[in-house]
Design a protein around this ligand. Sequence first.
Ligand code: MN
Length: 193
Amino acid sequence: MTLKAYRQKRTFSKTKEPKGELRDTGQRLFVVQEHHASRLHFDFRLQIGGVLKSWAVPKGPSLAPTQKRLAVQVEDHPVEYVDFEGEIAEGNYGAGQVAIWDRGSYTMVGDQDPQEAWNSGRMSFQLHGDKLRGQFNLVKMHNGENNWLLIKSNDRYAEPEWKLEMIMKSGRKTVSRQAKPRARANTPARTHP
Ligand code: MN
C-alpha cells in the first residue's frame, strides 16, 4: 500500500485535503463521502492497514440486497481522509463539494484478515454506521481490473425498498434530521448541470 498515487494527483498548497501519511492505527473505520465532482458519486472507504482502501460508487451504496452497486477501485487514501468534508477547489483533482454521508466502524465476517480479503478480491464485513448496518460484500469482477460490486447481504438490516437520500443538493449540504452537526465549508456551492 502506498499514498504515492494519491499525492501525485493533488497539489496540497491548493487543496484542503490531507496530505496524510501511512498510519496503521489498528482501527477498522469506514466512511462514505457524497462527492459532487464533475460526476456525482459516493466514495466508499475502508481502513485497511495504514490506508483507506477506496472505491467510487456512482449510484452510492444500497441497503437492498438486489441492488448490486458498481464500485470502482481508486487510489488508496490516507486514514485522515475519514474526517474530510468541504470543498475541493476548482482546478484541483476531484473539484467539488464533499460531505460525509455515513461513517462508523466495520468488523470482518469470520475473523478474516482485511488485507488478505482485499487481496483475494472478496470481502465480507459488518458495517456499524448510522445509515449502513449489517453485512456487506465487496466482490471483484473478472471483466475489469478495478471493478467490484458492493452488495448488501439479506440480513435483518436489509431494506428491499430502500432508496438513497443525498445530503447535499447541487453540491450544498442540506439540513437533515439524520445529519450530525459538522463544520460547514465557508465557500459558496458550485452549481452542477
Ligand atoms: Mn470522489
